[in-house]
Design a protein around this ligand. Sequence first.
Ligand SMILES: [Zn+2]
Length: 278
Amino acid sequence: MQWINKRDKKNRKYAHRLVNHFLNDAWDKENNCYVNCDFDTFKRLGRFKSLLYREQQGYCCYCMRKLDLKDRGKSTIEHVMPHKVEKKDVAYYYAHTPHLRKNVRVLLINKDTPRLSNLRPYPHFCAYENLVLSCSGAIYRTGNPEIEIASQLHECCNNPRGSERVIPMFFIRGVAFEYNEDGTMDFPTEYEESIKYLRLETTNNLCLIRKCWAAIVKYYNISDVKRAITDYSLRNDILMDTTLEFHEAKRMKNDLYWQLLYEYRWFDGYFRRKKQGS
Ligand SMILES: [Zn+2]
């Protein structure tokens, strides 16, 4: 996981301009009501999504998969305070994220909502401070990924989370969060429930991907993994040099798993830094 900075002045200014524009545009002067002022319309704002992408260096806020904005189904805008947030949970989110309290209010808009006299704090469904980019959780499950339908797989991150209470760990700088060489994670007990809802540790193939990177950085690097997407014998060599179990290496040998491994290339840097530090 990496820290997501929502306090960069330039980004904030730009994001607020986009949101102001969206809210003002949705007001129908003739009929005196809001029209299409909802998340479904908002999420189509390509420029907003691109801003989130840049802010996160293109990685999923939860699992660190590299996203691809051209492949729309692969990424989705995630609400820190859920779209359907329950009243009793609002204080929880405000307490964990100081900048939410200041910039975000719980408000969904429909045609009966009177015109907002002040746009700030922003309605939570479109507030920049409440939005991040997540992957769709398309992690293959079996040894035959070719027959799995990627667009229907939601194994981790925002989909399984739904509206469950999750601490926005990516807003906490220097959080004590570690990935181990066997693919498991170490984190303070207060995050246990959040990690469970996001299935970051219980999605077996996600753990396998992390385990594989931890083993690969010992002798190889990102460019080797990239080359091995098409160079099958290099892929074999890499796998032979890892300490993966036979059935794990067999799984990773598959084209689709290897491509998935490359999408998780953030872990190359992570385990490399960890190795140097140890
Ligand atoms: Zn993810």
